[in-house]
Write a new protein. Structure first.
Length: 95
């Protein structure tokens, strides 16, 4: 992630994004745990996932939005916390 180093990302568990069935997913990194609702949207000549999220950061409520797309087998995107931080990220599929 652009704003946080790997030690913070993996603070509690390995940082991850999961996009499950029925447009529901989740992510966790650092002390942030959140549930997402997502949709797949046309973006230029490709598609990307756009999501909103609600959750907590060290027990404080957080919410926001973001997007992600696959480029060369790497998930790249941006996460934006409501009235707060924003960061670009890259992730690779492990399953």
């Amino acid at each position: 992630m652009e704003m946080w180093d790997q030690d913070y990302i993996d603070l509690v568990t390995d940082g991850h994004f999961t996009f499950g069935k029925d447009r529901i997913g989740n992510f966790e990194f650092g002390a942030v745990v959140a549930e997402t609702e997502y949709s797949i949207e046309e973006f230029g000549n490709t598609e990307r996932v756009e999501f909103s999220f609600v959750g907590q950061d060290e027990y404080d409520p957080v919410s926001g939005r973001g997007w992600a797309m696959i480029e060369n087998d790497i998930l790249t995107g941006k996460i934006l916390f409501h009235a707060g931080d924003e960061s670009e990220f890259k992730a690779k599929k492990i399953k």
